[in-house]
Design a protein around this ligand. Structure first.
Ligand SMILES: O=P(O)(O)OC[C@H]1O[C@H](O)[C@H](O)[C@@H](O)[C@@H]1O
Length: 573
């Protein structure tokens, strides 16, 4: 079926409804029409995510209700409708509306729903699933994407993002729904009267806060140092505002300045290009405030408060915005060093394969096992579940370069509330020894080696963009380059073919992991990894160079950046 034909079906089905004028408005914009109707929304790295609007490839009540009916079918066949589903939403446009639609469809299927009636963070929802022992969970959020996006994150009963097998089944159920315009829904007041819908009260928030606070390794040091730490925090208009402030306050932090322009929910996110702590621009207002208040630490959380960004002062008193790898290494080294004396030998940490190799060296230093998984925090959660099922291994810490960190396994997704607490605690601990987080970071490089990491993302919109992204990786797979710039390729790991090719001997060996569309080039003195993003229309590549000295690592990374950028441009022309 062509995109025009699909559009006509929508127009007919919705001709006498409030949506008719929205559909009319896009009729003359061929590109928009094509992008809205040429395909169905897919379940990617973190569920379904897309631009809000009319169409099969858009986030709207129809695609949300259809996804929910598919989730309901999956629960009725493989889950536990009585245990039910926990539902939360963030501060984005239509998040509350989509959450109510989700609840209505689940209840119409006889599935119990436990729903927050104010915006809540992703980690709080993950915690809620475990606490209430529900069979599944849904958060309406597009995480850190620009304001025009929303999304539908699905969770399993272990509190982690839905495993691949479930998302494949949900996708299959979606394809079996012929009429997405007449999906049954139960009015929420009726669902509440029937006992199918329960609103979650504040008690759960309190339990969550106390569990996060209990992770603090040195609460006494925090109390003692709290007044010396001057922190600026921005929730970037999102859900972090309540939990992050509460936890820091409970632990004794008094000098916390919240960026006023970004304190309150605003679905337009008017003060940032994207509410993403990965983007330097999202720190602009926080840096201004921190300079006015002479603060020494900046914390930023994204709208669903699973990502944390951090900026620290360097010796020249300027703010340096840390990368996700740097924050993760600082946190991991802190946690491992403080807990080392309690280790019995079965401890493990988890990172994704695109996360810095510095993690491997830190884990080795403390003698803990390092597990590497694909991009997606669900794979870190899977390792925690595995250790519980087998009784083998104790999870200590997990992180991804994409600004996601976890210490306490009472949450199974990245948790910026925990991470904000941990970084504040680490800052207090080191402050008590006269050191800043910047000093500590430099100390880590001096101790473990200079690992310089950089993520290059190329955004390519629309149908054509997606095709370019897929083609780029395909082209590279068809013929591996012998060099990337001046960097010799030593081996190539193709995670789709599940094979590693040694470029020097020509020998291949199997990779014992599931399939994933990732190419990993092992270079002399670095690495280059490339994959299509599973959450945004981006071609992502991860560059790393390492050396014993900073200047050498910097110069290698700069060279690699030039070569990789040229290669990516050529692949996406
Ligand atoms: O690189 P992507 O597929 O866009 O994923 C980047 C990140 O997106 C979301 O935040 C997921 O929850 C993370 O687990 C993932 O690392």
């Amino acid at each position: 079926m062509t995109y025009r034909e699909t559009y006509e079906i929508w127009k007919n089905a919705l001709k006498d409804t409030e949506y008719a004028s929205d559909l009319d408005r896009i009729a003359d914009d061929e590109d928009l029409l094509q992008d809205s109707f040429y395909k169905e929304m897919e379940f990617g790295t973190a569920g379904m995510r897309g631009i809000i609007g009319m169409g099969t490839n858009r986030m709207n009540v129809f695609t949300v209700k259809r996804a929910t009916q598919a989730l309901a079918n999956n629960i009725l066949a493989h889950g536990d409708p009585v245990a039910g589903v926990a539902v939360a939403y963030d501060t984005r446009k239509n998040s509350d509306l989509f959450a109510r639609e989700t609840a209505g469809v689940l209840c119409a299927n006889g599935i119990n729903v436990f729903m927050y009636d104010t915006p809540h963070s992703v980690p709080q929802l993950s915690f809620t699933i475990l606490e209430l022992k529900t069979t599944s969970g849904v958060v309406i959020t597009a995480s850190h994407n620009p304001p025009e996006y929303n999304g539908y994150k699905v969770y399993g009963k272990d509190g982690g993002q839905c495993p691949v097998a479930d998302s494949d089944r949900i996708t299959e159920y979606i394809s079996q729904i012929d009429d997405m315009f007449h999906i049954e829904s139960m009015p929420l007041d009726e669902a509440e009267r029937n006992g199918l819908l329960t609103y979650i009260g504040h008690e759960l928030d309190e339990i969550y806060f106390s569990k996060v606070e209990a992770l603090c390794i040195h609460p006494e040091i925090m109390k003692q140092q709290a007044d010396k730490l001057n922190i600026v925090y921005t929730p970037l208009h999102g859900t972090g505002n309540v939990p992050v402030r509460r936890v820091l306050k409970d632990l004794g932090i008094r000098r916390l300045h919240v960026v006023p322009e970004q304190e309150h929910p605003d679905p337009a996110f008017p003060t940032v290009k994207a509410p993403n702590p990965e983007e330097r621009q999202s720190f602009d207002l926080a840096v201004e405030l921190a300079n006015r208040e002479n603060a020494n630490l900046i914390l930023a959380t994204d709208p669903d408060s699973d990502r944390l960004g951090v900026a620290v002062r360097n010796p020249a008193h300027e703010f340096v915005i840390l990368t996700g790898n740097q924050i993760g290494c600082l946190l991991m080294d802190y946690v491992l060093s403080q807990k080392q004396s309690t280790f019995v030998g079965d401890e493990f940490v988890v990172k994704s394969i695109v996360t810095s190799d510095m993690v491997d060296v830190i884990a080795g230093h403390y003698g803990v096992e390092l597990r590497s998984v694909f991009t997606g925090f669900k794979f870190i959660a899977e390792q925690i579940k595995l250790s519980e099922q087998t009784g083998k291994g104790k999870f200590i810490f997990g992180f991804e370069e994409s600004y996601g960190y976890l210490q306490g396994a009472f949450v199974r997704d990245k948790d910026a509330v925990q991470a904000a607490m941990m970084i504040a605690e680490a800052a207090c601990w080191y402050h008590s020894m006269g050191r800043t987080l910047y000093d500590v970071l430099v100390g880590l490089y001096e101790k473990y080696g200079w690992f310089e990491d950089l993520v290059l993302s190329k955004t390519l919109y629309g149908k054509e963009g997606i095709e370019k992204i897929q083609n780029a990786v395909r082209t590279l797979r068809e013929s591996y380059p012998g060099h990337i710039g001046a960097f010799k390729v030593l081996a190539v790991r193709d995670y789709l073919k599940q094979e590693r090719l040694d470029m020097l001997t020509g020998k291949t060996e199997p990779i014992d992991m599931e399939r994933s569309n990732v190419l990993y080039f092992e270079l002399e003195g670095g690495r280059f990894i490339i994959r299509p993003s599973g959450t945004e229309p981006k071609l992502k590549s991860y560059l790393s160079a390492s050396a014993a000295e900073k200047t050498e690592a910097d110069s290698k990374l700069a060279q690699l950046k030039t070569a990789a950028s040229a290669l990516i441009d050529q692949l996406t022309k």
